[in-house]
Design a protein around this ligand. Structure first.
Ligand SMILES: *[C@@H]1O[C@H](CO)[C@@H](O)[C@H](O)[C@H]1NC(C)=O
Ligand SMILES: *[C@@H]1O[C@H](CO)[C@@H](O)[C@H](O)[C@H]1NC(C)=O
Ligand SMILES: *[C@@H]1O[C@H](CO)[C@@H](O)[C@H](O)[C@H]1NC(C)=O
Ligand SMILES: *[C@@H]1O[C@H](CO)[C@@H](O)[C@H](O)[C@H]1NC(C)=O
Ligand SMILES: *[C@@H]1O[C@H](CO)[C@@H](O)[C@H](O)[C@H]1NC(C)=O
Ligand SMILES: *[C@@H]1O[C@H](CO)[C@@H](O)[C@H](O)[C@H]1NC(C)=O
Ligand SMILES: *[C@@H]1O[C@H](CO)[C@@H](O)[C@H](O)[C@H]1NC(C)=O
Ligand SMILES: *[C@@H]1O[C@H](CO)[C@@H](O)[C@H](O)[C@H]1NC(C)=O
Ligand SMILES: *[C@@H]1O[C@H](CO)[C@@H](O)[C@H](O)[C@H]1NC(C)=O
Ligand SMILES: *[C@@H]1O[C@H](CO)[C@@H](O)[C@H](O)[C@H]1NC(C)=O
Ligand SMILES: [Cu+2]
Length: 571
């Protein structure tokens, strides 16, 4: 007994010591981001492309949990820009979150702004991207958070780690694509390619010589940090003849499980281990669409990179120079998506918020606006002379244009937003049935939902069958949340409450709400600020699939938003 006590005492001392070392090692990392126009050649054409530091994708930021990041962003492009640090909690530092007109006004051409924030308790893969119009099509990069110095992964240390950024490319200026659709009211043009680390790969014209090659050694374990940075498409991802051990998602660890395919919605990340346990050769890693909505056109191309055993025969020699192609699920394979997402579990029992203070129910889905009487028909190119819309609880979100919501909230500026976002659908209907056409047109508004500091929130996200039912990847800024359950049809509190996983639900920052289905999430509102919640398909956020949680300050400085930085851009 005494010996045991002694051991646990020593272990405690060791733990405290290593924590002290870790704290002492927390560092500040400085970076300069220059947003600029760069010539980028893809699919046989060269485009003036907005990039960071002339790189596409942009620089990978590597930090340790506990570090502080200071990133000076100078805008030398001809467009307004902001940068969002996707998935970073931004505890009390909402001014550094980035969505334009929500937490800051845009950085104008010639202007600059310094983002400062500390990583607190997050480990794994996140990313950064522009949060202004559709600039994130080309302005994005990986943000890798290693464990604190001296700490280790909850899995054997991989020999190598590679960020795999899945992107989406238009053989056009993406800002022209969104501007055209905003003008016409119709659907924006679909993309021409997907990319892996900026390159479309062998299956596209003029692309094969630049295909990305990821090396692997026989016997090695390799961590792939897969990020879906595409604008408008959920994607399947596989590597030929290799299985994945999934170990994390959205910078939270998971109970490891194996699968041959993963699905990521835009905004989501998944960390997977692969083993160099196959005959030395070249194998394709490939991504293509998961398209849950029926009838809508989508980019059905396939992007590839090559996993190459370093001991593989030279590419010029023999049959092995042709990489093996993985089998990818059918575009509409919702069953595979469901099987994958239902395999995600936290590694251990977690403390899920209970004694819920806020029981919220938000519908998420599309809609149509009737053509305004002063619009010519050229501006109503949606179905039957309408304009496409999107909403949560029937409110199609409109960004302010003269203040950010956070600024207006802090400075008490009236007329920028209203606080009447409904906590429940204003009209109840059979959400996933044959919805009467009279319910399809939402209202416009800049409505926020106020949350008291520390409230325990349960939110049911209910997909609708209005216009087209589809899977919506819903992202919340400033928070990670537990996903307690997902299902199909209308959420039924009597029947479905029993399905909630209160033991080991996964923690994420983006949840795919199943097509014609629902998701139940919970979080503790412990981060004051103005936090955008939106569909991460940019086409849907453009149509209004967003709202803002305004989380009030609690008691004292440590429960309050920090004062705004002096260089916060004015509107
Ligand atoms: C969208 O596609 C149409 C049809 O291919 C084309 O005429 C138009 O120029 C495209 N728009 C943009 C902005 O690329
Ligand atoms: C490649 O170019 C050829 C000839 O211009 C064209 O027929 C084909 O559709 C292109 N393929 C792709 C995938 O763009
Ligand atoms: C990959 O797997 C397929 C199907 O199992 C098999 O036929 C093929 O030989 C494998 N390729 C290599 C290079 O191992
Ligand atoms: C992709 O879509 C095009 C146009 O609808 C079609 O012709 C082609 O067969 C499709 N390709 C695949 C792989 O489904
Ligand atoms: C998926 O699409 C195929 C045709 O490509 C169709 O036969 C099948 O019924 C569809 N499955 C679902 C679940 O919609
Ligand atoms: C458009 O009009 C046609 C013919 O009137 C009708 O069948 C269809 O349901 C309408 N679609 C929408 C989206 O209103
Ligand atoms: C901001 O813009 C809104 C909408 O255009 C307007 O109603 C409001 O008065 C403006 N507020 C200020 C302070 O300029
Ligand atoms: C949906 O309802 C409308 C009228 O409310 C009806 O015309 C239409 O046939 C129904 N569609 C289906 C698929 O049941
Ligand atoms: C949304 O609000 C509009 C305007 O009040 C109404 O016509 C429509 O039926 C509502 N739809 C839903 C789903 O609440
Ligand atoms: C840039 O943002 C400012 C507000 O800060 C706005 O007035 C201006 O119209 C925007 N410019 C463009 C090109 O969107
Ligand atoms: Cu969506």
């Amino acid at each position: 007994m005494e010996a045991l006590n002694k051991i646990s005492f020593l272990l405690g001392v060791l733990l405290l010591f290593s924590m002290a070392v870790a704290l002492a090692n927390a560092k500040t990392c400085y970076h300069d981001f220059v947003v600029q126009t760069t010539k980028v050649n893809r699919l046989c054409n060269t485009h003036n492309t907005i990039t960071v530091n002339g790189q596409f994708p942009g620089p990978t930021l590597e930090v340790n949990n506990g570090d502080t990041l200071v990133i000076n962003v100078a805008n030398r492009a001809h467009e307004n820009v902001t940068i969002h640090w996707h998935g970073i909690r931004q505890l009390r530092t909402g001014w550094a979150d980035g969505p334009e007109f929500v937490t800051q006004c845009p950085i104008r051409p010639g202007g600059s702004y310094t983002y400062r924030f500390t990583i607190q308790g997050q480990e794994g893969t996140l990313w950064w991207h522009a949060h202004s119009s559709w600039l994130r099509a080309t302005v994005y990069g990986a943000l890798v958070i290693h464990p604190k110095e001296g700490a280790s992964y909850p899995f054997p240390k991989p020999k190598r780690e590679t960020p795999i950024l899945l992107g989406e490319w238009w053989d056009a200026n993406p800002l022209d694509v969104v501007r055209e659709s905003t003008r016409t009211g119709g659907a924006p043009n679909i993309s021409d390619a997907y990319t892996i680390n900026g390159q479309p790969g062998d299956l596209y014209n003029c692309s094969s010589k630049d295909t990305v090659i990821v090396p692997i050694d026989l016997g090695e374990t390799h961590l792939l940090r897969v990020i879906n940075a595409a604008l408008n498409q959920e994607l399947f991802f596989s590597v030929a003849n290799h299985t994945f051990t999934v170990v994390g998602a959205d910078a939270s660890y998971l109970k490891p499980f194996t699968t041959s395919v993963i699905m990521l919605g835009p905004g989501q990340t998944t960390d997977v281990l692969i083993s160099g346990n196959q005959p030395p050769a070249r194998y394709y890693m490939a991504a293509r669409a998961y398209q849950s909505g029926q009838g809508a056109p989508f980019d059905n191309t396939t992007t590839t990179a090559i996993l190459e055993y370093k001991s593989a025969p030279c590419p010029a020699k023999g049959i092995l120079s042709n990489p093996v192609m993985p089998a990818l699920p059918a575009f509409n394979d919702t069953a595979t998506v469901t099987a994958f997402t239902q395999s995600l579990r936290s590694p251990n029992k977690v403390e899920v918020p209970s004694d819920i203070d806020e029981n919220l129910f938000f519908t998420v889905g599309l809609g149509l606006f009737n053509c305004p009487s002063n619009f010519p028909s050229s501006r109503c190119q949606g179905p039957n002379g309408t304009r496409f819309a999107s909403s949560m609880n029937n409110v199609s979100f409109v960004l302010p244009s003269n203040f950010s919501i956070l600024q207006a909230h802090r400075q008490g500026v009236p007329g920028v937003f209203t606080t009447d976002f409904p906590g429940n659908p204003p009209v109840q209907f059979d959400y996933t049935g044959n919805v009467s056409r009279s319910l399809w047109q939402p209202i416009l508004g800049t409505k926020v939902y106020k949350l008291k500091y520390g409230s325990r929130v349960q939110l049911v996200l209910q997909g609708t069958n209005i216009q087209t039912a589809e899977n919506h990847p819903i992202h919340i800024h400033g928070y990670d949340f537990y996903i307690l359950a997902t299902g199909f049809g209308n959420f039924n509190p009597q029947k479905d409450t029993a399905k909630l996983n209160l033991v080991d639900p996964p923690m994420r920052n983006t949840v795919g709400v199943p097509v014609n289905g629902w998701a139940v999430i919970r979080f503790l509102a412990d981060n004051p600020g103005a936090w955008l919640m939106h569909c991460h398909l940019d086409v849907h956020i453009t149509w209004g699939l967003a709202m803002v949680f305004l989380v009030e300050d609690g008691v004292g400085e440590l429960q309050s938003v920090e004062p705004p930085p002096a260089d916060l851009p004015p509107c």
